[in-house]
Design a protein around this ligand. Structure first.
Ligand code: ATP
Ligand code: MG
Length: 565
């Protein structure tokens, strides 16, 4: 723990851990877990849960397991398992040799189910799914007991065994806990423990055709792994009595019960302009609204990585957002602020032009070239300097020139002088147009005495422009990403429409850019600031022949402005 951490006030979760440590509840152990279901790629909300669990394990010298909650074979896949592993490692966390699967516990869970039947605490129900639903009642109206609820223990044991051996069709029977059909907590109304699914499982293959429900696996998995604290999002608060009921009826030793896993809930991370449910993210991928799970517009960890987010920026974001007990919505501008802050410190600066206007320097000798010194990162001297080639024909940004400028436009215009960054003062002398009146080129002169961009005689210019030498620039595909949704709450739709109607049709614009030759040898995930344009990251599709860059964020920090008001 460093000093800064030590002086920060504890959040409610840390308070619980420290209290348990003080009382020696778990003999000094802190053992946590991150329990994803491998049914999709992880998103920024999961990143928060990862940072919380692995971060606390680090802070308290404890351990954190990675546990795949793989109880639903129909939706799960090894592709997801692999991506989850990669994402957690990329964030900088490690579960060492503690990679577990709920499916590792299928035998044990089955044995516990048999024991619950023997204690007359579970029964096989043959009601249809519709009947089960219809008989559940409502929070204010008790449910109806199933006609199969009072079968004998022997009959239940026999039926469960036959369910397991594959005798029955999907959906024809379920194993239910015998709790209380009039409980005010709907989860306690004889919840389903096992269902029949004749489906191949990514790990257990065809060994099983009955699978435990998540609720019959989660608490027990924590127990099996000797987890001290189980941190869940708020929606699991109402499941807690059920998890406790299962364990109370499974474990007979009161001392074990006293020290078993304690569940504590925290509010999930919500971000505006974003959807986070894996179901909806899957829909975006399957219906090709985005190119893939790691499309740079996705809120997935892999999407953010490809977009140019760094692990440090995400960890810092998760840390600063903190843990809350109540649902709240975080401004995505804050996430963008965190990556700007990090890249400002780290990113190599280069110059690139995305919408080129040709500039000919009339008085610059034909065929002459020179290399001008440029600072790699003004925030980090150790990154040193580089050389940028200059020649007679340049590109500047089309927006940086106006033939007939309004009052407040201070950049280049006829008979006006500006600075080309690290190069020279130039002044515009002439404008060349095509037959339809579009500007195709401007003619300028330069002042050789202003080499390096320094004023030779104290005269001032009002603007400094970025530029590239036409002959030396590297052509690149530049993908300008913007938010995926147009409105803060993408779930808010007109009647009859879905969240898809809120997709931002301008969330990707592709440009041909001209970048200074420094970027020639760039590799995927390199970070750059294209001066005055934003932060960019080399895409995984990039090759030396055809470099591809993704815009991570623009330089405008709306959040910082807002926050400082
Ligand atoms: P989603 O509802 O977004 O599809 P999930 O909760 O079903 O996700 P899991 O794979 O079950 O996804 O989640 C693994 C862990 O991550 C759980 O402990 C869950 O509480 C936590 N988690 C999921 N979403 C968020 C979030 N938005 N903020 C914080 N933690 C989250
Ligand atoms: Mg879940």
């Amino acid at each position: 723990m460093n000093n800064e951490e030590a002086s920060k006030p504890l959040n409610f979760i840390e308070t619980i851990i420290e209290e348990d440590l003080k009382n020696n509840k778990h003999s000094g152990r802190v053992h946590l877990r991150f329990p994803p279901e491998p049914n999709g790629y992880l998103h920024i909300g999961h990143a928060k849960a990862i940072c919380l669990n692995f971060g606390l394990a680090e802070k308290y010298n404890g351990k954190c397991n990675l546990r795949f909650d793989d109880t639903n074979p129909v939706k799960e896949d090894t592709e997801y398992v692999d991506s989850i592993r990669e994402d957690i490692h990329w964030l900088g966390f490690d579960w060492e040799d503690r990679e577990y699967y709920a499916s590792d516990y299928f035998d044990q869970l089955y044995e516990w189910a048999v024991n619950l039947i023997k204690k007359d605490k579970a029964y096989v129900d043959e009601s249809s799914a519709d009947e089960v639903a219809a008989h559940r009642g409502t929070p204010t109206k008790p449910g109806l007991e199933s006609p199969y609820r009072n079968r004998s223990v022997e009959e239940n044991l026999d039926l469960l065994e036959r369910m397991k051996s594959g005798e029955f069709k999907d959906g024809s029977k379920v194993l239910r806990a015998k709790i209380d059909m009039s409980s005010p907590n709907m989860h306690m109304r004889d919840p389903v423990m096992y269902r029949i699914k004749h489906a191949h499982h990514h790990r257990t293959g065809d060994n099983w055709c009955i699978y435990p429900m998540y609720d019959f696996a989660h608490g027990q998995s924590d127990f099996i792994e000797n987890i001290t604290h189980s941190f869940c999002t708020l929606e699991f608060e109402v499941h807690k009595p059920l998890y406790d009921w299962f364990l109370d009826n499974i474990i007979d030793d009161p001392e074990v019960n006293r020290t078993r896993t304690r569940q504590t809930e925290f509010a999930r991370l919500n971000l505006n302009y974003t959807v986070m449910s894996k179901r909806l993210l899957l829909q975006l991928v399957q219906e090709k609204h985005v190119s893939s799970w790691d499309d740079p517009r996705m809120p997935t960890i892999s999407g953010l990585r490809r977009r140019g987010y760094t692990p440090e920026s995400i960890r810092n974001f998760a840390d600063r957002v903190g843990v809350a007990k109540r649902e709240n919505i975080i401004d995505i501008g804050f996430l963008e602020h965190c990556i700007r802050e990090d890249l400002n410190k780290k990113a190599q600066r280069v110059m690139g032009v995305l919408n080129p206007l040709k500039v000919t320097i009339e008085n610059y000798p034909e065929g002459q070239e020179e290399l001008l010194a440029a600072v790699n990162n003004p925030e980090d001297e150790t990154m040193g300097m580089r050389k940028v080639p200059f020649s007679k024909t340049l590109y500047i940004e089309r927006d940086d020139f106006m033939e007939d400028p309004p009052k407040k436009f201070f950049r280049l215009a006829p008979d006006r002088e500006v600075r080309l960054r690290y190069a020279y003062f130039i002044a515009c002398k002439d404008v060349i147009k095509d037959t339809s009146g579009n500007i195709t080129e401007i003619i300028c002169t330069y002042d050789p005495a202003s080499r390096g961009g320094n004023s030779p005689d104290g005269r001032k210019v009002k603007a400094t422009l970025h530029w590239v030498s036409a002959k030396h620039a590297v052509e690149a595909e530049v993908r300008l990403y913007d938010r995926l949704f147009n409105i803060e709450d993408p779930y808010k739709t007109e009647e009859g429409k879905t969240f898809l109607s809120n997709l931002n049709s301008e969330s990707l614009q592709i440009r041909k850019g001209y970048i200074e030759p420094f970027i020639k040898d760039t590799e995927p995930l390199d970070h750059f600031q294209f001066e005055r344009l934003g932060y960019f990251c080399t895409d995984k599709d990039s090759t030396p022949e055809k470099p591809v860059f993704n815009r991570t964020v623009t330089l405008r920090d709306s959040w910082a402005k807002h926050a400082n008001k």
